[in-house]
Design a protein around this ligand. Structure first.
Ligand code: SF4
Ligand code: SF4
Length: 382
C-alpha cells in the first residue's frame, strides 16, 4: 500500500494556526494516537544547524516545535528534544532560535547529542559502524522535524538529511572524510542512518523555507506548507514533486531506490500537488558529474565541471570557523584571505554550510556554466 504524505496549508507562524495545521497534517495520516501512546518517551529531532533567529529560516520554527510538543503531551507522551548542531551546543542554538523558551514553558527538556554508540543489533547496508547518539535508542518514538531548505552538497535538506544530526559532534566530519568526494556514497551513508533510526513520524516545516545558498545563508521563502508522513523517504519525494524536479534529483532518493526502498509507492493526501505547487524554487548552483571514467581522465575534468566553494572577501570576517571545520583541512588563510586547496577539497560544502556570514558560495565549474547550470537537475542526474 502506498505511504501517505499529508500536505496542509499554513500561511504564517501564528501559534494557533500552526497547531491546527500540525494536527490536521497528522490526522490525515492516522492521527497522533497511531504514533504515540501514553507514557512513551518521545524524542523530537528539529533542524538546529546554527543559532539564528527564526526569521532567517535556518532552524525549525519554534511555533512548529511548540505545536508538536502540545500534540505529543495531549496523548500522554513525554517529549524531549535533542540534536548535535554544527558549531554550538543544542542549548545555545535553541536559545538563539527561540526554541528553548517554548520547550521550557512546556516542560520539554533539551539534550545534547554527545553519547555516540553503535546501534544495538542494527547495521547500515554499506556503512557498518556508524555511531548514533544513545538518546535515539532510549526513545520509544522519534519525531523528525526537518526544515525545508536547499543544501549545497545534497541539493535539499529535508526528512532524510535532517537525521544526520543524530550523529554526535565531531564524528560528522569523520563521515564526510570517509565518504570523500563521492556524493553518492555520502547519500548512501544518509540512507543507512535513516534505516538505522527509523523515525516514526516526520513533520516538515515548510511554512517559510530557504532557497538559494542554503542551508545557512540562503533566502527565506514563504511556501505556506506543513507536510507529514510516517516515512521521510516518501515525504522527500513529495517535496520534489512540489518543486517540479525528478525524485532521483535527490541522491538520497536515488540510493534508496537502488537498494529497493520505497517500492510501496507514495500518495499525497490533503491538498493536491497541483493545488500548492511551488513555482521557480531557486535551487543551489550545485553541479557535479558522476564520471564513470578512469581517474587520470576524470581529474583534469573535475575543476572544469564540478562546483567548488569560493569566498566573497568583502563579506568574510576572517573568523576562521571554516578553516577549523573543513574535514580534509583544505582551507588556509594568509594575508590576502582564504586559500582553498581544490585538489584536497572533497566538495562536502561544510564550509559554506557553517560560515556565519554567508561569505562562501558554491560556484559551478567553468565548463558547467557553459553548458547550462540546470542541465542535470532537469534530467535527474544531479
Ligand atoms: S567562516 Fe566565513 S567569515 Fe569565517 S573565515 Fe570562513 S568565510 Fe570568512
Ligand atoms: S573546502 Fe569546503 S567544500 Fe572543500 S572540503 Fe573543505 S569544507 Fe568541504
Amino acid at each position: 500500500m502506498a505511504t501517505p504524505v499529508s500536505i496542509v496549508k499554513c500561511q504564517n507562524y501564528d501559534e494557533n494556526e500552526v497547531l491546527k495545521a500540525i494536527q490536521q497534517s497528522v490526522d490525515l495520516i492516522g492521527g497522533i494516537h497511531a504514533f504515540v501512546k501514553r507514557g512513551d518517551r518521545v524524542l523530537l529531532k528539529p533542524n538546529l544547524l546554527y543559532g539564528k533567529s527564526p526569521e532567517k529560516a535556518v532552524t525549525t520554527h519554534p511555533a512548529v516545535v511548540k505545536g508538536v510538543i502540545q500534540i505529543v503531551k495531549e496523548v500522554g507522551g513525554i517529549p524531549f528534544l535533542g540534536d548535535s548542531p554544527g558549531l554550538e551546543s543544542a542549548k545555545r542554538v535553541t536559545e538563539k532560535a527561540g526554541i528553548k523558551t517554548v520547550a521550557d514553558s512546556l516542560g520539554c527538556p533539551i539534550i545534547e547529542f554527545n553519547r555516540p554508540v553503535l546501534p544495538p543489533g542494527r547495521q547500515g547496508k554499506v556503512f557498518k559502524n556508524i555511531e548514533i547518539d544513545q538518546a535515539i535508542f532510549e526513545a520509544d518514538v522519534i519525531i523528525n522535524l526537518p526544515k525545508w531548505k536547499t543544501h549545497g552538497q545534497m541539493l535539499l535538506t529535508l526528512g532524510i538529511k535532517n537525521l544526520f544530526g543524530c550523529v554526535p559532534g565531531t564524528r560528522k566530519a569523520l563521515w564526510h572524510i570517509k565518504a570523500g568526494e563521492d556524493h553518492k556514497l555520502f547519500a548512501q551513508m544518509l540512507v543507512d542512518i535513516y534505516c538505522l533510526i527509523q523515525p516514526s513520524l516526520t513533520i516538515l516545516d515548510g511554512i517559510v523555507g530557504m532557497e538559494g545558498n542554503g542551508p545557512n545563508s540562503g533566502q527565506p521563502i514563504p511556501l505556506g506548507l506543513i507536510l507529514a508522513s510516517s516515512d521521510p523517504l516518501c515525504l522527500d519525494q513529495i517535496v520534489c514533486d512540489l518543486i517540479g524536479i525528478p525524485w532521483k534529483s535527490l541522491l538520497t532518493n536515488r540510493v534508496a531506490f537502488e537498494q529497493g526502498l520505497g517500492k510501496g509507492g507514495v500518495v499525497a493526501v490533503g491538498k493536491s500537488i497541483e493545488e500548492v505547487k511551488i513555482k521557480n524554487f531557486n535551487l543551489p548552483s550545485f553541479q557535479r558529474i558522476d564520471w564513470n571514467l578512469p581517474g587520470f581522465i576524470r581529474k583534469p575534468l573535475k575543476n572544469a565541471f564540478d562546483s567548488k566553494p569560493v569566498v566573497n572577501k568583502e563579506i568574510c570576517k576572517e573568523c576562521n570557523q571554516c578553516i577549523k571545520f573543513c574535514p580534509p583541512e583544505a582551507i588556509k588563510a594568509n594575508k590576502k584571505g582564504l586559500i582553498f586547496d581544490y585538489g584536497k577539497c572533497i566538495r562536502c560544502f561544510c564550509c559554506q554550510e557553517i560560515c556565519p556570514e554567508g561569505a562562501i558560495i558554491i560556484q559551478p565549474g567553468w565548463a558547467t556554466k557553459l553548458i547550462g547550470g540546470k542541465l542535470k537537475i532537469e534530467s535527474g542526474m544531479v
